[in-house]
Design a protein around this ligand. Sequence first.
Ligand code: PLP
Length: 266
Amino acid sequence: MVRGKVLVVAGSDSGGGAGVQADVKAILAHGAFATTAITALTAQNTTGVHGVHAAPLEFIEAQIEAVVTDLPPDACKTGMLANAATTRAVADAIERHRLTNVVVDTVMLAKGGASLLEAEALEVMRDRLAPLATVITPNVPEAAALLNLSEEEFVMETMATRAKELGKLGCQWVLLKGGHVKDDAEMSVDYLYEANTGRTTTFSSARIDTRHTHGTGCTLASSIAASLAQRYDVPTAVHRAKRYISEAIRTSPGYGAGHGPLNHLP
Ligand code: PLP
């Protein structure tokens, strides 16, 4: 029986590996129901992003309005927001509709380097969207950008300290992902910081030697949102999402010439 409705506000990946397509697959795999407001189309495959076409602002708002008035979300996940105007409109909609269990995946760049968020939108994400988030899920490059630091400056403090600094953006929880930190060849460590208590929990997982990791960020964030929609608490939702993603990477079908998609089947 399906349980919990998640509103995904994100971009489409024609290659089916990341974006809305990954979100819908992951949410379904968690036994929840996915609704979507598509912010941008990308012409994309496993080799990279070949084009981006942002949706008109009014139409993004219309999609959110249509969903919230009939299928009130139990959780909301934001992904690729493309530009400052869309980021602002999404923050406004979250506020206006009092959406709860909001997971903000701080998407900035695709693995191939294509920009999925214009530079001017960074400030809006930091000042307007992050304070509305239950959880933000930055990786190290995104966390550095949110803190106005270069990556060289970022690593001068511990991950635990950086997670705490990100908590000052006003979100309730920060999941700072350690996948980009290559200190440990065997394990990857994520830091979950709760602003309210000042407590940090770590989640370690074995690194999997593969190039098929396209859509991991999207999948992790939407998996967390699916569990929040089902009333799991944040640490449990993160634990379930981490377990899901490890298996999804390990069993990737290996499609395409580049970074292949994950496996969302049990
Ligand atoms: N395409 C879209 C539409 C996305 O939302 C994202 C990530 O959020 C990506 C591509 C990037 O995926 P990855 O960096 O995992 O390849």
